[in-house]
Design a protein around this ligand. Structure first.
Ligand code: URA
Length: 447
């Protein structure tokens, strides 16, 4: 394939990386330009990605890959919007509805939130699917509508436009089918290219760690976080990461409308403590990165904004502006209910010592809350309400979860898989942390 400035042979690039060599900036640019222009055969794309998966990349290579990807399509220019533009991004989890709290909370506290979010894939949920469970809510906006929404409310949330980072669309789809998703340089460049193209001043990454996350250990999560933070800082963005627990689902609700209802409860000052605490921590950190004072002061602002009801009002204002009915946010019992509601009863006595988040996410997909393929539709009402969580005591016959679906025929199998995802012991397990560490440029602070 002919590059614009340099011509290389993909065969040579693959050979170099396969043997552990370091690709130059020009070679990386050639690969990305060639992929987007459909000039590199799939076999060679796959071979180079697998060589990167096996051999890794240096920080310099990962940064060059990220920048080449970020510039592979359109980029957002948010400079006409007032205030500090902030973005919070999670690496993907089960029951993680913190964006639905953090975005209105920080906007209510005076930051500017112009955010593009994704859909769920595999066992993890996505903010866009969740928002679409609100009757009438539009996530597909023109740029004018998006900017108008931010001007009006300080907050707009939309799906990613097709023209942003086309290189990631191609490479992610390829990685997905060749089993090369779980690679630190490939995940870091995929996420950070989209964050850089989205044009905010501040980027806060919520790197999930545990059974339901890409990163299963704290060491790997710290490495991914450090790689992404250093890329963001090298590109001139104020960037940090928090490493948070994904050894069990976050909160009690998993599934689109169920999660919006739970987030609305948190915005009202109720809801599960873990969702509230993580949302407040993330919001306080965004306020800190945006220069609103010391961490203690930012925590106080975040708490006060949540307690005052201003975050809830901000969320309702965004919902109305984007065509949605905020009645369901003010009273989540108005959400449409699933036609099949099945209680799961404990077949054992003991303490819950494990909740495999990945499998529980898979059960919620089976019930209709997620999709196996990108084009599938999701059922907004489907999902799981957990009645017991890690560390709690259960007695035989007690209700431990409620399965919600419109597919009666999957219930028996979903219940079987759900029970397999729960481990029970004779004693209370050690308490787990919700937030493990904060990662700054070249620095990790463990909590
Ligand atoms: N999320 C992304 O956007 N990309 C990855 O590679 C993994 C998670």
């Amino acid at each position: 394939m002919q590059g614009e400035a340099h011509t290389f042979r993909m065969y040579d690039l693959i050979t170099k990386k396969k043997r552990g060599g370091e690709l130059t900036k020009e070679e990386i640019q050639y690969f990305i330009t060639g992929c987007v222009a459909n000039m590199i055969p799939n076999e060679q794309q796959a071979a180079l990605l697998m060589a990167v998966w096996a051999q890794g990349m240096t920080d310099r290579e990962t940064t060059d890959l990220t920048l080449a990807m970020a510039e592979s399509g359109e980029t957002m220019d948010l400079s006409s919007l007032p205030g500090v533009k902030v973005d919070k991004h999670s690496t993907g989890g089960v029951g993680d509805k913190t964006t639905l709290v953090v975005a209105p909370l920080t906007a209510a506290a005076g930051l500017t939130v112009a955010k593009m979010s994704g859909r769920g894939l595999g066992h993890t949920g996505g903010t866009i699917d969740k928002l679409e469970s609100i009757p009438g809510f539009r996530t597909s906006l023109t740029m004018e509508e998006f900017f108008d929404g931010v001007q009006k409310n300080g907050l707009a949330l939309m799906g990613q436009t097709g023209d942003l980072v086309p290189a990631d669309k191609k490479l992610y789809a390829m990685r997905d089918i060749i089993a090369a998703v779980d690679s630190i340089p490939l995940i870091a460049s995929s996420i950070m290219s989209k964050k850089l193209a989205a044009g905010t001043d501040v980027i806060l990454l919520d790197v999930k760690m545990g059974s339901g996350a890409f990163m299963k250990t704290l060491e790997d999560a710290e490495k991914l976080a450090q790689t992404m933070v250093n890329i963001g800082e090298a590109a001139g963005k104020r960037t940090e990461a928090l490493i948070t627990d994904m050894n069990q689902p976050l909160g009690l609700a998993i599934g689109n409308a169920l999660e919006v209802a739970e987030a609305a409860e948190v915005l009202r000052g109720n809801g599960p403590e873990d969702v509230r605490e993580e949302s407040v921590m993330l919001s306080a950190e965004l306020l800190y990165l945006a220069g609103r004072g010391h961490r203690d002061e930012c925590r106080r602002i975040a708490e006060e904004t949540l307690c005052s009801g201003k975050a809830l009002e901000k969320f309702c204002a965004m919902v109305r502006t984007q065509g949605g009915d905020d009645a369901v946010i003010r009273d989540p019992s108005k959400f449409a209910r699933a036609s099949v509601v099945h209680e799961v009863l404990a077949p054992w006595d003991g303490y819950i010592v494990g909740m495999a988040a990945e499998y529980i996410g898979g059960v919620s997909v089976m019930l209709g809350a997620g999709r196996d393929d990108l084009g599938d539709a999701v059922d907004p009402r489907a999902g799981i309400l957990l009645r017991k969580k890690y560390g709690e005591q259960v007695t035989k016959g007690e209700r431990i979860a409620t399965l919600c679906t419109s597919k009666e025929d999957v219930v028996a199998e979903a219940e079987k898989h759900f029970l397999e995802a729960i481990s029970v012991g004779a004693e209370t397990p050690q308490p787990r942390k919700l937030i493990y560490a904060r990662v700054e440029k070249d620095k990790v602070v463990r909590y």
